[in-house]
Design a protein around this ligand. Structure first.
Ligand code: FAD
Ligand code: PYC
Length: 413
């Protein structure tokens, strides 16, 4: 390297800009503490500061930013849900996503590709029609299409009837998108820190003190922290952390795996999902095929990968795209999905006063990052659960009013 360039690089005058402001020391008390530095916790911190002027906020993250499910997911964003409650909730998230890159000043690589949920059976055609009608009624762009239209949108799919499960039709959702998941978390983190929020990595909450039904304080691996209000947004650890606060969540924690291929020339525009084959695929801007299936068949707190998963998934993938036989899988990983009985999230108040929950994000929570952050910030700031979140309160399980999204949550479960 030329000496002049080296000297230039080391000159104080041209010091590189930090992406994040420097981390502050952990203080003994905050107005609001958020447990979990994934997309949801960081988004909530950002909107607390931006929308409500609440900046005496700390996000406590036991690992590093987005080291949980936020940077493990396959980044599918859509609002083609089955229930009106679900569809309206996720639609607000899509609207927020569309302007998020500009707002946070980060290239999120938000890319609207269109989302096709393939139907291989009469029952799947019926559900697709039902979802399309619910969506259209709410102003959400979805329709049931036949094989000719599918061939136009994705000519690479095997649409012959010489296969085990011929493709009969599809639910087509043009706004379906992918984005860069780590950038979403970093963008919210930087935005929150610029507004005065503190983010503390390597800071694990190890105990929650509750006195007379009210939140009293938090134990961490770095000492005790007092807080006026606390939000837990810890995805796959929701039951464990709720138990520290003395209440139970109706959640089973199950590994969810995914993988990517070597980079290939761009050929796949839409996102393709097959419930019957338990498989989905999209192509990232880098050319990698991002692929996944349903959750593992047993509850477990371990993010290990299995050969069984890749073999099963690839067999199904080749039924859809036989020409991919020579493509190599490059990386494989897993996250822990917190599954609720109705495949919808749990947001809002808890039995502990001043302690709030954002949980039950299973296999579907990345797309909800902006809306859950914004609306949970409103809940914490006002103490009132907004109408949009009311159907998702923990209390629904006591009232037996579930928001059944099993068929729409992601691939078949
Ligand atoms: P996380 O990102 O997991 O953040 C929670 C954080 O809490 C973690 O960083 C963790 O370290 C921290 N934490 C836990 N316990 C403590 C503690 N005691 N103290 C301090 N910190 C703690 N969703 C979609 O919408 N579309 C998809 O395509 C999609 N694909 C997926 C694919 C896979 C393989 C997986 C695993 C999930 C997928 N999801 C998808 C779901 C999505 O990833 C999650 O629902 C979402 O990321 C949850 O975000 P979060 O911020 O709540 O959780
Ligand atoms: O929520 O659309 C989704 C999804 C697809 C794969 C995992 N989650």
């Amino acid at each position: 390297m030329p000496l002049g360039l080296l000297k230039y690089g080391f000159r104080n005058k041209y010091r590189g800009q930090r992406y994040f402001p420097a981390e502050a020391p952990l203080r003994p008390s905050y107005d609001v503490v958020i447990i979990g530095g994934g997309g949801h916790g960081l988004a909530c911190a950002y909107y607390l500061a931006r929308d409500w002027g609440i900046t005496n906020v700390a996000v406590l993250e036991k690992g590093w930013l987005a080291s949980g499910n936020t940077a493990r997911n396959t980044t599918i964003i859509r609002s083609n849900y089955l229930t009106p409650e679900g569809a309206l909730f996720y639609e607000e998230s899509l609207e927020l996503y569309r302007s998020l890159a500009n707002e946070l000043g980060v290239n999120l690589m938000y890319s609207e590709r269109g989302h096709l949920t393939l139907a291989h059976t009469d029952a799947a055609i019926r559900t697709s029609r039902w979802r399309a009608e619910v969506n259209k009624h709410l102003g959400i762009d979805s329709e049931l299409i036949g094989p000719d239209e599918i061939a136009r949108l994705c000519p690479q799919l095997d649409l012959s009837d010489e296969v085990r499960y011929p493709i009969l039709g599809a639910l087509y959702h043009p706004p379906g998108a992918i984005a860069r998941h780590d950038a979403v978390a970093w963008g919210y983190a930087r935005g929150a820190m610029e507004l005065g929020v503190e983010i503390h990595q390597q800071t694990e909450v190890t105990g929650i003190e509750v006195r007379n039904g009210r939140l009293a304080g938090l134990e961490t691996n770095r000492g005790t922290v007092a807080a006026g209000k606390v939000l837990q947004a810890v995805a796959g650890m929701s039951s464990v952390v709720a138990r520290m606060a003395g209440f139970k969540l109706p959640i089973r924690s199950i590994p969810l795996q995914a993988c990517v291929s070597e980079p290939l020339k761009p050929f796949l525009d839409p996102i393709i999902v097959s419930g019957s084959l338990h498989a989905y695929i999209s192509q990232s801007a880098r050319g990698e095929l991002v692929m996944g299936g349903s959750t593992d068949p047993y509850p477990l707190y371990s993010t290990r990968s299995t050969l069984d998963f890749t073999e099963g998934l690839m067999a199904h993938m080749l039924e859809l795209f036989p020409f991919l036989g020579k493509a190599s899988v490059m990386r494989q990983w897993a996250g822990i999905a917190d599954m609720t009985p109705d495949f919808s999230p749990v947001m809002g108040l808890t039995p502990v006063k001043n302690y709030y929950v954002d949980a039950g994000w299973g296999t579907w929570g990345f797309k909800a990052t902006p809306v859950s952050g914004k609306r949970m910030a409103e809940t914490i700031a006002t103490g009132e659960v907004p109408e949009l979140l009311k159907p998702f309160e923990l209390e629904r399980f006591y009232r037996l009013q579930q928001v059944g999204e099993r068929g729409a949550a992601s691939v078949g479960h």
